[in-house]
Design a protein around this ligand. Structure first.
Ligand SMILES: C[S@@+](CC[C@H](N)C(=O)[O-])C[C@H]1O[C@@H](n2cnc3c(N)ncnc32)[C@H](O)[C@@H]1O
Ligand code: SF4
Length: 400
């Protein structure tokens, strides 16, 4: 098997703790997107500043009282379009962190940005506010594709945004969506070559998925166009893996590629199933409180969330997960990583299920087929296995 595992250190893994902050507004709704994003004519910034600070304080108390040893290692401003946030709000939130947690001296602070010129003009202010990693939603470097994806920026704006990002931030990444309707291997090879010439140390490359409830879902159902068949999608993925490895930025998660050491630490928190607090509309968190994993979910609609925070806090629910649920979640997330899922982590969540998995015929057969391998520390999906990851995980879980 050709694999590029991320170097792991169990102690380091266990001490990571992330904070996710959701900004739910966008200039327009992209037809493929099912993220919690909303278009509003005006946003009362003072009200949002107050509410986010209040919910941060609530989250601080919730996590402080239970686990006093937490060290915050990453913050991620996601959306929606957080580059539409006034930098002042970003700065205020970041300045408040030390009231609630011990903060790692190497805290990673990522902000998602759209490459529209107005937002690009604010990049310096975000850096001054404390952001030290930028993730730009470029999506494509082809004019027609940007129009198909309903994006509001041009290829030139995308390139200018990347140039600005490179000048201002030591760490930056961008997202592209491939396996689009009508895209050939040759098209993608050309686009990815151009992208690599503009790239920093990290790229997120997503195959287009058709999400229920989106405008693309309706168009796809109607048969207006088709996404590539399974075989072409697999070839596109293979090409991506090879080109990214050759560029020195191997895959470290199904859709994420980085030079070793430049992986997004915040996303590693999710995939390694470590704790993260989440604030803002619709945000989901996972928190260990008194030895139990709590799944938190905030109210989704921006106005409902605002009202809830004004009267108490933004959470719609806070549910303790069973050991079976945490085991499945950790497996589901961890197998996306090239380093695999840590046996030690699975054991700590549910030793009975871990033992069952280790001795199951299902796992044995996947190993014999070359779809998975197990080392002393990790269970890993091979490159061949990654192509059918979801089916493989379903098969494993069903066998337990
Ligand atoms: C929260 S969104 C991006 C935020 C930012 N507002 C933007 O548009 O650049 C995160 C990323 O998910 C990816 N994404 C969203 N919906 C997708 C879909 N249906 N298929 C593939 N990738 C998708 C896009 O690449 C997007 O940049
Ligand atoms: S892709 Fe980004 S800009 Fe488009 S609707 Fe989703 S969150 Fe908003």
């Amino acid at each position: 098997m050709k694999s590029n595992p991320v170097k792991t250190d169990d102690h380091q893994e266990e001490s990571s703790f992330g904070l996710y902050i959701h900004w739910p507004f966008c200039v327009s709704k992209c037809p493929y997107c099912d993220f919690n994003s909303h278009v509003r004519e005006t946003v009362d910034e003072a009200l949002w500043e107050k509410a986010l600070l209040k919910d941060l304080a609530f989250m601080g108390q919730l996590t402080y009282s239970s686990e006093q040893n937490r060290v915050l290692t990453s913050v991620f401003f996601g959306g929606g379009t957080p580059s539409l946030m006034p930098p002042r709000i970003v700065e205020k939130l970041l300045s408040a962190l030390e009231k609630y947690w011990r903060v790692s001296p190497s805290l990673e602070i990522t902000l998602e940005a759209n490459p529209n010129s107005v937002e690009v003009a604010r990049l310096k202010a975000f850096k001054q506010a404390g952001v030290n990693r930028l993730s730009l939603g470029i999506q494509s470097l082809h004019k027609q594709a940007l129009s198909f994806l309903g994006r509001k920026h041009s290829v030139d704006e995308a390139v200018q945004a990347l140039e600005a990002a490179r000048k201002i931030f030591e760490r930056f990444s961008f997202d592209l969506i491939y396996a689009r309707s009508g895209q050939t291997l040759q098209d993608w090879e050309g686009e990815l070559t151009r992208a690599l010439a503009l790239a920093g140390d990290h790229l997120s490359l997503y195959q287009l998925t058709i999400e229920p409830g989106t405008a693309f879902y309706t168009a796809h159902q109607r048969g207006d166009w088709r996404i590539p068949e399974e075989e072409l999608a697999a070839d596109l993925y293979q090409l991506t893996q090879e080109k990214m490895s050759a560029s020195g930025r191997p895959c470290y998660e199904v859709s994420n590629y980085a030079r070793p050491g430049q992986e997004c630490r915040h996303n590693l928190v999710y995939w390694r199933y470590q704790d993260y607090a989440a604030i803002g509309p619709g945000a989901h968190g996972r928190l260990t409180v008194d030895g139990k994993t709590l799944a938190t979910r905030a109210h989704k609609a921006p106005e409902t969330w605002l009202k809830a925070v004004e009267s108490h806090n933004g959470l719609a629910e806070k549910i303790p997960l069973t050991p079976e649920e945490t085991f499945s979640e950790a497996l589901l997330m961890g197998l996306r990583l090239r380093e695999g899922v840590s046996w030690h982590r699975l054991e700590s969540l549910n030793s009975l299920q871990t033992h069952r998995l280790k001795s199951s015929d299902a796992l044995q057969s996947l190993i014999e087929e070359g779809l998975m391998v197990t080392t002393g520390t990790h269970l890993i999906v091979t490159e061949a296995g990654l192509l059918k990851l979801n089916a493989l995980i379903r098969y494993l879980l069903k066998a337990l």
